[in-house]
Design a protein around this ligand. Structure first.
Ligand code: ATP
Length: 235
């Protein structure tokens, strides 16, 4: 579904993503783990068209995304849930969710997707008129995911959805991300510093160091790898 080939992204000559290749399939979570500064956010920005790579190629369903404008990439079905969630704090839950659908005209389908969001996150239905700023961190993350669903994507890019959340909430948010991938048949690329949790919900995983993939394979195998356990899982 999503393929990244030999991607090079730099900031004025300083390489942040260094000849990176990866693949992510529909209906499952692929995770990219790595320490601060490994290049995870830079990769996501390149996929969503916010940064232009210096070399390499990004394909979605076999067609290039590289060189497309960010809004065209969203129209193609690739939606990013940004780090920090980027909600409108003084808009209601409902209005925040609807901003996700602003490129769509199919009202019946929009209504169906809204019901889908409320089914995944019932707390949002009960309080859909409340301002986003008045929700907890975990609930704000739910609104951000819900807004992503409202764009009716085929592929989600998640940037550190666990950041700032209590461990119990992290588990619940990540479990929901896995359920969305499996039930909706969408692809998910999950960038996480919380390697422990990310490896639990992912099928495939990539370990990134200084912009390069240093290890990849089934998440289950990586969780059992002694080097990964020591460096990333604190075991
Ligand atoms: P974090 O988890 O801290 O967000 P990351 O793995 O997402 O880390 P990036 O933010 O992609 O890493 O950063 C990769 C490298 O690029 C780092 O060395 C960082 O300092 C550098 N970098 C990131 N943004 C810029 C920028 N706007 N200008 C210059 N260098 C940058």
């Amino acid at each position: 579904m999503l393929e990244v080939h030999d991607l090079l992204v730099d900031y004025n000559g300083i390489v942040a993503v260094d000849h990176l290749s990866l693949q992510a399939k529909a209906g499952e979570v692929t995770t990219l783990i790595g320490a601060n500064g490994a290049g995870k956010t830079t990769l996501l920005k390149a996929i969503s068209g916010l940064l232009q790579p210096a070399a390499g190629e990004i394909l979605f369903d076999g067609k290039p995304l590289t060189g497309c404008r960010p809004e065209d990439i969203v129209r193609r079905g690739v939606t990013q849930i940004p780090e920090g969630r980027g909600l409108f704090p003084y808009l209601s839950v409902y209005d925040n969710l609807m901003t996700g659908a602003h490129l769509r005209r199919d009202r019946a389908a929009i209504q169906r997707d809204l019901e889908k969001v409320f089914a995944y996150f019932p707390v949002l239905k009960q309080q859909s008129g409340k301002l986003a700023k008045d929700f907890s961190g975990g609930e704000q993350q739910m609104i951000a995911i819900g807004r992503g669903i409202m764009a009716n994507p085929r592929f989600f890019l998640f940037d550190e959805p666990s950041i700032g959340l209590a461990p119990l909430i992290v588990r619940s948010v990540l479990d929901t991300i896995k359920a969305i991938a499996e039930e909706e048949g969408v692809g998910v690329l999950l960038v996480e510093q919380n390697a422990n949790m990310a490896l639990k919900i992912a099928r495939e995983a990539y370990v990134l160091e200084l912009g390069k993939v240093v290890l990849s394979g089934p998440a289950e195998e990586l969780s059992a790898d002694a080097g990964v356990r020591k460096a990333y899982l604190g075991m």
